[in-house]
Design a protein around this ligand. Structure first.
Ligand SMILES: O=C(O)c1ccc(O)c(O)c1
Ligand SMILES: [Mg+2]
Length: 640
């Protein structure tokens, strides 16, 4: 499949965009007219630049308000067209996108529109150029792909075809199953974009909130599959109008865009394969194009360990906190200044090794999580898949007889490792530690990691969603907005389908929320809190209290409100208030949670107990937590 992107999708000048697009290994590009108009050179300079970069100029766009106009108006359209055809010749663009008329004066007459598009195609055809007609979802009379197709079919000109855009098709509540029955050779071009489900005018959604496929909530994979079933063999081209991409780093966006397109191809391939497997009822047409075929996702069994970058002082302080939480020191690394702590299935690695990646991370971000390791069935396949999606492999320094953990480096510099459980139940990475198998360990206060919440800089959420979706095969939930006393926090949870690994990802939209301050103070994304699951939160809370763990104090008002909202036993409420336990309910499911005070103002721990299939994160309580932690003397007590 040829892979293309519209220049409007990226920030920067036109040459910067082309370079980033080529560096991300796209085959082709759509030139969005304003990018060219603002370029201080000749169109042929862009043609040469694209050629030097190995990029095909696939399309020039858009040509607006051309059809359904009166006679005088159409004369002007043709004059305008001739100039743009001159430009296309100089640019070396073989195809121009003509979008449906959005003016109130447009005449509602398919016969007229077909006639006028025919006349335009005749002029383009005389120069060996082609036109593609695209229905904008807000077109005055033509807003759906099938209406645009009826007009193209009626015009019946070999130089006029249909352009499909997943945004316009999926934005309207309109049946698009007919796409698969279109004649593929009459589809001249296909544009792809995703979008969130926001209740707003389609024009606003399209111009400001489109996102890369895989970042939003539309099934762009199924759309692409339908287009391929129709027999389309041209490029798949991303066309993303998005406010935050307009100011995001160009090369990073282009890399994400390629990852997104690969994601779409993989999904389309899966759908086709499922149809083939069901060939008794269907007879799928033979595939005409090659689609991206990465190694299948590894089976994600959970978080194997979380690694903290520390120095000696913070290592000792964090270790003391962990012991109070019920952790034990399990061992020391064979060759490095690294300790392993654990309880139940939870493993924390405290890395104070000098001249290491963790140390660099510590210098930049302070005591913080610098790596997460996943337990998977096949670590090498997991890394292979990540590399296929454009991730960079990380090779750490390995001592004698130590394991080289397969890993990748993320954009923020955190590492992601993959490790696997052996037949004897031990987990791979632990062989690098001299385990101190002492006395039998007492019952743990918590037994597994429930979720890891992260804060991300503004604009980084979509990219993080795409990373987890492609590399780790996780699925996002819709965005929820939470109120911090100093601003709003947008949160999107992402998890694997078995709920073994869950990440609420948070973005502060203001500058003053706890999340925003944590991003600015510590330069970038990071783990904000780690929730540990316990079978009995009340027992655990008593134990933490006895051990002197500082718990986030919850106001009495909260418990009054709980009493009003839920039919809870008075004694239970009183105990919850005494232990600072928060509560949520979902159907028959119940959720109990408490928070520790932050470690050096940096990150904190949460303990949760889930009952009866509760599947959320207590989002209703997050504003209470954020308010409680903005009280003086809590989140702001920063130490070294
Ligand atoms: O928003 C627009 O005007 C616009 C222009 C060209 C396109 O291809 C498109 O999908 C939208
Ligand atoms: Mg479009």
């Amino acid at each position: 499949m040829r892979r293309s992107i519209a220049t409007v999708s990226l920030s920067g000048t036109l040459p910067e965009k082309l370079e980033a697009i080529a560096a991300a290994r796209f085959d082709g590009v759509e030139i969005f007219e304003p990018d060219l108009t603002g370029f201080p050179g000749r169109p042929r300079d862009i043609r040469d630049m694209a050629a030097d970069l190995g990029l095909t100029i696939e399309l020039f766009q858009p040509f607006r308000n051309a059809e359904g106009v009166d006679r005088a108006g159409f004369d002007r359209v043709l004059r305008r067209l001739d100039r743009k055809l001159d430009l296309m010749e100089e640019l070396g663009a073989p195809l121009m996108l003509v979008c449906s008329n959005v003016e109130p004066y447009a005449i509602n007459d398919d016969g007229l529109a077909a006639e006028q598009l025919w006349a335009m195609a005749e002029r383009a055809g005389a120069r060996g150029l082609r036109l593609g007609y695209e229905a904008l979802a807000w077109g005055t009379h033509v807003s759906t792909f099938d209406h645009a197709w009826r007009i193209v079919e009626r015009a019946d000109h070999p130089h006029l075809g249909l352009i499909l855009d997943s945004f316009h098709t999926l934005a309207l509540p309109h049946d698009w199953s007919g796409i698969a029955d279109l004649p593929g050779e009459r589809i001249f071009f296909v544009q792809l974009a995703d979008a969130p489900r926001l209740d707003m005018a389609t024009l606003m959604l399209s111009r400001h909130h489109r996102c890369l496929p895989g970042q939003g909530e539309r099934d762009v994979g199924a759309f692409t599959d339908a287009v391929l079933r129709a027999g389309y063999t041209g490029p798949l081209s991303l066309e993303i109008f998005n406010d935050s991409l307009r100011s995001a780093p160009t090369r990073q966006t282009a890399k994400d865009a390629m990852r997104s397109l690969l994601h779409v191809e993989e999904r389309a391939r899966r759908l086709e394969e499922a149809r083939r497997a069901d060939a008794a009822s269907h007879r799928p047409a033979p595939r005409r194009v090659e689609l991206f075929d990465p190694p299948a996702p590894a089976r994600l069994d959970g978080v194997a360990f979380v690694e903290f970058a520390v120095n000696h002082a913070t290592q000792a302080a964090l270790a003391a906190d962990l012991l109070r939480l019920g952790f034990h020191r399990l061992g020391r690394h064979r060759s490095k200044d690294v300790d392993l702590y654990g309880m139940g299935d939870i493993r924390f690695v405290l890395n104070a090794e000098a001249h290491s990646t963790a140390h660099s991370y510590y210098l930049l971000h302070g005591a913080s999580v610098c790596a997460i390791a996943y337990e998977v069935d096949d670590p090498l396949r997991a890394v292979g898949r990540a590399e296929a999606f454009g991730c960079h492999r990380f090779e750490g320094r390995v001592g004698p007889n130590e394991l080289s953990l397969p890993g990748i480096r993320t954009v923020g510099g955190e590492l992601v490792y993959f490790t696997r459980r052996r037949a004897d139940g031990s987990i791979d990475f632990e062989t690098d530690f001299r385990l101190e198998t002492g006395d039998a360990l007492p019952t743990p206060t918590a037994h597994r990691i429930d979720h890891i919440a992260q804060v991300l800089p503004e604009g980084a959420l979509d990219s993080a969603v795409l990373f987890h979706r492609t590399v780790l095969d996780m699925e996002p939930e819709p965005v929820v907005t939470l109120a911090d006393p100093f601003g709003l926090v947008r949160s999107r949870a992402i998890s694997d389908h078995r709920r073994r690994v869950r990440f609420p990802l948070n973005i502060a939209s203001g500058r003053n929320t706890g999340a925003a301050r944590s991003v600015s103070t510590y330069l970038g994304a990071g783990v904000h809190h780690i929730a540990l699951e316990t079978a009995d939160l009340f027992a655990a809370a008593e134990r933490l209290r006895a051990n002197g763990v500082e718990i986030l104090a919850i106001p009495a008002n909260y418990y009054d409100d709980l009493a009003a909202r839920f039919d809870l036993d008075d004694d239970l409420l009183a105990t919850m208030a005494r232990l600072n336990i928060l509560y949520d309910r979902q159907g028959d499911g119940e959720f109990f949670q408490l928070y520790t005070q932050p470690f050096q103002g940096r990150f904190f721990f949460e303990l949760v107990e889930r009952r009866g299939g509760y599947d959320q994160y207590g989002a209703a309580n997050a504003p209470i937590r954020m308010a409680a932690s903005s009280q003086p003397g809590t989140f702001d007590t920063l130490v070294g």
